[in-house]
Design a protein around this ligand. Sequence first.
Ligand SMILES: NC(=O)c1ccc[n+]([C@@H]2O[C@H](COP(=O)([O-])OP(=O)(O)OC[C@H]3O[C@@H](n4cnc5c(N)ncnc54)[C@H](OP(=O)(O)O)[C@@H]3O)[C@@H](O)[C@H]2O)c1
Length: 220
Amino acid sequence: MSQSFTFLVLGATGGTGKHFVNIALREGHRVRVLLRSPEKLGDQVKDVQVWKGSIVDDIDTIDTDKLVEGVDFVASMLGDKEAQRDSKINYAFMQKLVPSMKKQGVKRFLYQAGGLSRPYQGSLSPVLWIVRNTIARGFDGQHKDNEAVMEYLETQAKDLDWIVHRAGIYLDGPSKGTLERSQSSVSIAPHKDCADYSYRLLVDPSKDAIHTSDFSCYKS
Ligand SMILES: NC(=O)c1ccc[n+]([C@@H]2O[C@H](COP(=O)([O-])OP(=O)(O)OC[C@H]3O[C@@H](n4cnc5c(N)ncnc54)[C@H](OP(=O)(O)O)[C@@H]3O)[C@@H](O)[C@H]2O)c1
């Protein structure tokens, strides 16, 4: 590694987030996390800088300017299917966090949404639309929340270098290969590969992915 950066990871105890934190630490970076249950980190708790809090219950008291102070890259892998059924919790928190990221000069922001979340002013293929409205119907609130975040980023945050990863996660498990960005194809991948891809996207010096909301797909 040539340079060491500071990452803020949201959703660090989740399926994707825990792998993301492992990768960032392995690559020699500093990692700050905002989470509800530090004990879920296990031994890793000693390697990261912990901010305890909920993006819902503590939204009014979390000092987001301080949270992102000195942070180079922010990765959001937040999700709470039950809470998102009735409420756009991520959108509400992003409305507070994004102005702080702009103010504090965060270099880049990665937001992990879902392959079944519709990009702003875009559409889903008929197949994905059917999947969303049948077997994946329980996640509809999560997709609507992700869609509100994408609209907000497109319309209110073009002065921030953000990237949305519309991931096609199935379950945790061993790596199935290397994901790359795709506008048309989505692969069903384990959390580990999605975290690896999100990490590479975030630190990519080429910046090709800035202001995109693409899928990830295995190299053929
Ligand atoms: N899982 C899928 O099948 C799937 C598929 C495609 C895309 N995605 C997208 O990827 C995102 C992340 O997915 P994932 O499967 O990695 O998530 P996950 O395993 O459900 O983890 C979600 C993370 O968000 C945290 N979180 C939830 N509510 C919070 C709150 N109020 N305050 C602070 N932290 C909170 C959780 O913390 P706790 O440990 O405290 O609960 C956990 O760390 C999803 O939101 C979705 O948009 C997921």
